[in-house]
Ligand binder design. Sequence first.
Ligand code: B4P
Length: 199
Amino acid sequence: MQYLCAIMLNLILFGPPGSGKGTQAIRLKEKFNLIHISTGDLLRSEISNKSTLGLEAQKYMNAGKLVPDEVVIGMISSKLDENKANQPNGYIFDGFPRTVPQAEALDNLLLQKAEPIKIVLSLNVSEPELLSRLLERGKSSGRADDVNEDIIKNRIKVYHNETTPVANHYEQLNKLKNIQGEGSIDSIFEALATALSQA
Ligand code: B4P
């Protein structure tokens, strides 16, 4: 089934670390012809380029902490500017926003373009499942934040303390849709695609 969009389809893929945001964003991007912006990927690319920003971000990421708001907001703002001429169907924000100030900054950036967030799709996954997925990925990903159980637990704690208020922010705006994030990757993708096509 094809899903066609007439207006900008800006969405946030939301959920705890390991909930499948990156996995599903790649598929949604293809299906709906969207531009995928992952702050995690952008930061990892800065790290591999050994940029000043990357070296600064690495300290936070390796400890399972959030990178400071001004750094990620600046990155998103330049990414939106870069894609100005491309006229996409919309953007998938993956792993961003992770704090309320980031959400407010994103809302303002999109307001300037009159292209607000249409929907926030939130993947719900239990903590033991998150832990097992990330430890599994850590065997091959080379990511320092995936190999240590204490660091993964810290990332989940940071999510509860600093990131869940972002869900409340969009719930108040009537934009939050919860999606069961456990099951096969295909069945979760179908649930996300259906929710998006109805947004
Ligand atoms: P991210 O790169 O955003 O990564 P993530 O939360 O670990 O992963 P995601 O949810 O995308 O999981 P995935 O699909 O890969 O963040 C990393 C770090 O960057 C943060 O801790 C922070 O330090 C920093 N950062 C990023 N954005 C920031 C921001 N906005 N502000 C501040 N700091 C920021 O899935 C995980 C695993 O599960 C994979 O191995 C996958 O194969 C598997 N999987 C997926 N779906 C599955 C399913 N249905 N069943 C079984 N396994 C599944």
